[in-house]
Design a protein around this ligand. Sequence first.
Ligand code: CTP
Ligand code: MG
Length: 334
Amino acid sequence: EKPKAERLSVEQEGKFTEDMKSLFEKLKPSEASGDRRRRFLEKLERLLNREWPGHDIQVHAFGSTENHLCMIDSDIDVCIKTSWDGLKSTCYLAARLAKCGMERVVCVPGAKVPIVKIWDPEYQVACDMNVNSTLALDNTKMIKTYVEIDERVRPLAMIIKHWTKRRVLNDAAGGGTLSSYTWICMILNFLQTRDPPILPALHQRPHKKRPPINGVDVSFDDDIETLKGFGHNNKETLGELLFAFFKKYGHELDYEKKVISVRHGKLLSKEEKNWQYLQNNRLCVEEPFNFTRNLGNTADDSSVRGLHLEFRRAHRILSEDADLATVCEQYEFP
Ligand code: CTP
Ligand code: MG
């Protein structure tokens, strides 16, 4: 299948950018929902310190609660920080939370990062928590910094996240597709590789080195005051960018050979990373900090084929009539 159109017409582009702006306004979470999240976090910290006094237990939110890309139905990701070993057993933590009124409590002790999932009926929020897995706080800070550099990043990323949810492409654990985090890395790399670029590669810029955490270098340039305005030479509108995003991943990226790297701000080759023989390496997205990890490995070959068709579908609809609502139509299982 050939790409239908190289670019949008002026009228299409204008209408489409307006549609994106109004969709973005609808997707932004209300102040009330931000309040509920904050109050839940305070309650959780109080509750943990009441149950296990004297251990200075801190609750840190990460993920979309902190990176400016929160949607109305986003869960709250939490890292519990404590020097006390007692909370290492996630199932012990889970059992106590259930006693304290939390519902739908599940512990997942065997995962790469063991977590506890809960639902708080009081504030009506779902929460995933880990204990002392602090890398997530650092990679969240990185995303937050990227989002703050250029004002197009937030609406574009929120709309793409919305599209992934409506098209059922956002379920790494259950659906064999991709997590929001992986999607965000694909969006950031797309913006790093525009000509001229809209985003820099924060890891490649001069910055203060911080001590590694568990052998992982967690430093990057986070000096937002000097970073703001980096993308000003690029004049692309939201409509042009979304169109180009679907075109790139639907028609231009060489999935066979390339690795998407936010750390380097460009595409790398599978050879240079020695990723030719990894399992599920059809779509390669390098984790920016733990760069031996392929975030794309939650999607197998047939899943990546499905993703590819979805990019092409979106690109085709936009080149035909620039209708954002149709692009984001809820996917119905046949
Ligand atoms: N994370 C990670 N490695 C992954 C997936 C997630 O380190 N393979 C961490 C990242 O810190 C990410 C956070 O978990 O920011 C939350 O991931 P996710 O829920 O996928 O992204 P959100 O931005 O929270 O999006 P959503 O609103 O869909 O929850
Ligand atoms: Mg989340």
